[in-house]
Structures are given as structure tokens and as C-alpha cells.
Design a protein around this ligand. Structure first.
Ligand code: UTP
Ligand code: MN
Length: 502
């Protein structure tokens, strides 16, 4: 048996920090009285975990006493903890000697989870070789990322840090967190142990620290404090206004504007997009369902058929990848005869406007010219398609016509209820010669696209945009009429849209 240091009764494992917060939240689980063993856990970690438990309504004792029902320890064997308890002057046997994994899982669940065998302290250390180790290719475009994600707790945390970095003009850090999250999205099992991550690509020091925090504590202190930070909350609220980017939000925050009321009170000069964004704020920030996307698709089809018969409409963006909800709806429009698509967008927009479907729209012209944007500047990945950013007015009628809601007509019961909602809709027109590139470029995810371009540049000396693929070695454009051909040019296995959810 390992000899254990004798400690003063009652003070063993005690850290003074944290006791001040003890009474903040009522004890929600009276039958559970916890004691965290400092041995091997360390004082600051014990204080952090104790505080986390109390904030979730658990009773966590500073001192060991006979009211304690669950003793939680970390990296200790059952026989070690038993010996330690024996060494204490107050002698009794607590009901449960548990590993910290039971505690962190309970924190995550918000209540004491059922005690399983794996939570009980073992007398033998667990064999590391039994832990499954994963292996994953480096580029997201080499991987199949479905919507099924076994590690949402970890990926949500990393995505939040990515979002915070992006909103703070720290693009590099944002990408690093996005890449790390994308690697975790393809793992076939939930990560339970840091050793499983050995050798995985894209997991930098910072991301690993966040993951470790969550695996060990049930939460990452950095993520929790970011979520609570006034600045992050204000950035989220303000950039939730369509037409407001991180820069504008940052300026407003520096002027003391943190929420919509303060914004309205301070009467800043808003452009047309921002005025529409503010007016339809709640609708635009409510997720769009697949049913709503389909209903809008039918309207767009109708518009396109009316102004240019034979033109084709394709749903792109997240919905093409099989997502069931999105922040907007994206459509790509083309015509099988090259050139027929010229001037198409203004006609579609006029039709939609005449039918009362648009609450806001701004159309930008196509400015892509191969001769100018090609070999001279092969790295540009700016999109120069004819494009329309809009806020669509989707009525219950349209949803019904699309067969998406129960057949039910407006009646007196609807009195006062708004019978439509605003939805962000993006329309893109491409000539048929660029259609495959546009389709690939606009299906996303954003990280998948970024990784495709990184692969093309770093691994193939090629340059990929939503218009074309340029081969820097052969100094020539590579033509393609399908996404499959583009993957083949890039030397990649074809990944279907539903597996591009990186
Ligand atoms: P979205 O921002 O609409 O994302 O861009 P999404 O994947 O549909 O997810 P939601 O809408 O948040 O649910 C769709 C695709 O269009 C490309 C992006 O790279 C993404 O792959 N895109 C978007 C561009 O190429 N250029 C742009 O200016 C905007
Ligand atoms: Mn979208």
C-alpha cells in the first residue's frame, strides 16, 4: 500500500477559496453531499470544481464530515483513497468513492447522474492501451463530415471561441479554433480522455487546453467567462443586425452602445440594410426551417420561370448540406445556354418586388472577368457574381401553398397575430460555364471551402475560387461541368454535400 502523508484532521483537502460563494444557489439535491479530495487534484482545481458544483445547486463541503455522502477524487485509486480516509480521525464510510468523471458528467447534466461502474474508484489503474485512439487526415476537404457529431460539448465550446475571435478581428485565431472543432466533428466516438487525441492534426495548444478543461472539469473557464463577458454579448446582439459587421459593432460598443435599446436611443446614422435589419431583428435572428426554405424556393422558382423560362434554380448553402435550419436561404441561378443569364437578376428582383415578396434588397453586378482576374491575380477568392442580398417576406400563405404547414386559413383566431415572417435570402446568378465552381463554392461549409482553397494552393499549386480553378504549374484554367470533376482535378476523393459539414 502506498504510504500516505498524514494531515491535520479537517483541514485535509481544504482550500479556503470558494467558501464565500457557498450560499449563492440553493442546494437542489439534499440527498447528495459532496467532498472533493485535494490530493492529486490540487488546490486551485478543487476550488474551481467546488465553485462550479455550487453554482449548479450542489452541496459541496469544504471539510470532511460524516454528513458527506460522495467523496470525489481524481487520479486516485480506490485503495489509496480508502487508506487516506482511514487516516482521518473521524472514521466512517461514505456511501460512494467516485472518480471525478462522475462529478464532471453531473455538472454537464445539471444533476447527479446515475453512478455506473466506471465512475467507481478502481483499485487498479485503468489501462491506457484500452482507450481508443483516433486518426484523421489534415484537411477538412479530405474528410467526410456529416451532421452527426459525437462531441458537441467540445465543438460548441471551440466554436464559441472561434466566433469571439472572429468578432474581435482575430481571424487567425478564429480559423485555428474552427479547424480544431472540425477535427472533433469527425471522431466516431465522444472523446473521454486526452490520450485519444494524440497525433490528431489542427489541435493547437490553446484548443487542447480548452478540451482538457472540459474533459476534466465539465466546463472551460475561458468559454464560460467569454459567454458572460459584456463585450461578447454586445458584439453578438449588435452583429445580429443584418448589415452590421464586427467593425461597426466595435465602434458602437466604444461609444457605450451595448444593446438594441441603447442603439435606438442614440439614433446613429444607419444605412438602408441596417434599418431593415433593425426593423426585422427578431425574425432575422430566428432560425429558418427547411420547410420555410422550400417555400421560398418555390417562390424563387416561380419568379425565375416568369422572367427567363429554362433558367434553373438550385438550393445552396447549409440546406444543400442537409441542415434542417439555417440563418438564411441561399440560391444559385443559371441558364443552360451561356450568356442567357446576363441581366437576369434585376428581372427576378423586379418580379419579386412587384409581388410584394421583398422587404429589402440590394443587387451587386457581376464583375468577374477571367482575363483580369485570372493568371494575373490567381489567388483572389472574392466572388464577383451578380448577387442579391435580400430580406424576404414569407407569408403563411406561401408556406401553405408549398404544402408545408397544416391547411388552415386565416381566421378571426389570428386576430393580431403576424401572418408572415422576414427571412434573409441570398440569390446568386452564374453563367453555366462557371456553374460547377459556383455550386461547390456556395455549398459550404465555410471551413470546408477554406480548406479546399488551402489544399489547392498548398498541395497542388492551384488556385480555386467560386468562378474557376487555375493550375499554376500548367498555367492554365481547368474546366469542369460538375463538382465531381473539380474534386478530381484537385486530386481529392469526391465528398458529397451532406459530408461537407466541417
Ligand atoms: P452562409 O453564410 O449562408 O452559410 O454561406 P451556410 O453554410 O448556408 O449556413 P447558415 O446559412 O448559417 O445556416 C453559404 C456558403 O456560401 C459561401 C460560404 O463560403 C458558404 O460556403 N459564401 C457566402 C461565399 O462564397 N461568399 C459570400 O460572400 C458569402
Ligand atoms: Mn446560408
Amino acid at each position: 500500500m502506498v504510504p500516505l502523508k498524514r494531515r491535520r484532521t479537517g483541514s485535509s483537502g481544504t482550500g479556503s477559496s470558494g467558501s464565500g460563494c457557498r450560499d449563492k444557489v440553493p442546494n437542489k439535491f439534499p440527498q447528495v453531499v459532496l467532498f472533493l479530495l485535494e490530493r492529486k487534484m490540487g488546490r486551485s482545481r478543487r476550488a474551481f470544481l467546488s465553485q462550479l458544483g455550487r453554482s449548479k445547486g450542489f452541496r459541496v463541503e469544504e471539510e470532511l464530515s460524516d454528513s458527506v455522502t460522495h467523496v470525489i477524487s481524481e487520479n486516485n485509486r480506490g485503495d489509496d483513497v480508502g487508506a487516506w480516509l482511514d487516516s482521518q480521525v473521524c472514521r466512517w464510510t461514505p456511501a460512494h468513492l467516485l472518480d471525478v468523471s462522475w462529478y464532471t458528467e453531473s455538472m454537464r447534466a445539471g444533476h447527479p447522474v446515475q453512478i455506473l461502474d466506471r465512475h467507481k474508484l478502481q483499485d487498479q489503474p485503468t489501462n491506457e492501451a484500452e482507450v481508443e485512439v483516433f486518426s484523421v487526415p489534415s484537411y477538412a476537404c479530405q474528410r467526410r463530415t456529416t451532421l452527426e457529431n459525437r462531441n458537441t460539448v467540445l465543438t460548441d465550446a471551440l466554436s464559441l471561441l472561434a466566433e469571439n475571435a472572429e468578432l474581435s478581428a482575430e481571424e487567425g485565431r478564429g480559423v485555428a479554433f474552427r479547424r480544431a472543432a472540425a477535427v472533433l466533428k469527425v471522431l466516431p466516438e465522444p472523446v473521454t480522455d486526452m490520450t485519444q487525441l494524440r497525433g490528431l492534426p489542427c489541435l493547437g495548444e490553446h484548443s487542447l487546453r480548452v478540451i482538457k478543461d472540459i474533459l476534466e472539469n465539465g466546463a472551460s473557464s475561458e468559454v464560460e467567462s467569454t459567454k458572460q463577458s459584456e463585450r461578447f454579448k454586445a458584439l453578438k446582439v449588435l452583429t445580429g443586425i443584418f448589415g452590421v459587421g464586427a467593425k461597426t459593432a466595435d465602434r458602437w460598443i466604444r461609444e457605450g452602445i451595448h444593446d438594441l435599446q441603447q442603439l435606438k436611443d442614440s439614433r446613429p446614422t444607419l444605412n438602408r440594410a441596417q434599418r431593415a435589419g433593425l426593423e426585422h431583428y427578431d425574425d432575422i435572428n430566428q432560425p429558418v426551417s427547411k420547410a420555410e426554405a422550400d417555400a421560398i424556393g418555390q417562390v424563387v422558382e416561380e419568379a425565375v420561370a416568369a422572367v427567363l423560362p429554362g433558367a434553373q434554380v438550385t438550393l445552396i448553402g447549409g440546406f444543400r448540406r442537409g441542415k434542417l435550419s439555417g440563418h438564411d436561404v441561399d440560391f444559385l441561378i443559371t441558364h443552360p445556354e451561356e450568356g442567357r443569364e446576363v441581366g437576369l437578376m434585376p428581372k427576378i428582383v423586379s418580379w419579386l418586388e412587384s409581388q410584394g415578396f421583398l422587404l429589402y434588397q440590394k443587387t451587386t453586378r457581376n464583375s468577374y472577368l477571367e482575363s483580369e482576374d485570372g493568371p494575373a491575380r490567381p489567388c483572389s477568392n472574392m466572388d464577383r457574381f451578380e448577387r442579391c442580398f435580400s430580406v424576404f417576406k414569407l407569408s403563411e400563405d406561401e408556406k401553405r401553398r408549398a404544402g408545408q404547414t397544416q391547411s388552415r386559413h386565416a381566421s378571426a383566431e389570428d386576430g393580431g397575430r403576424k401572418l408572415w415572417r422576414a427571412v434573409r435570402v441570398d440569390l446568386v446568378v452564374s453563367p453555366i460555364s462557371q456553374f460547377a465552381f459556383a455550386l461547390l463554392g456556395w455549398t459550404g461549409s465555410k471551413l470546408f471551402e477554406r480548406e479546399l482553397r488551402r489544399w489547392a494552393g498548398h498541395e497542388k499549386t492551384m488556385s480555386l475560387s467560386s468562378h474557376a480553378l487555375y493550375d499554376g504549374t500548367q498555367r492554365t484554367y481547368l474546366r469542369a461541368t460538375s463538382e465531381e470533376e473539380i474534386f478530381a482535378h484537385l486530386g481529392l476523393d469526391y465528398i458529397p454535400p451532406s459530408e461537407r459539414n466541417a
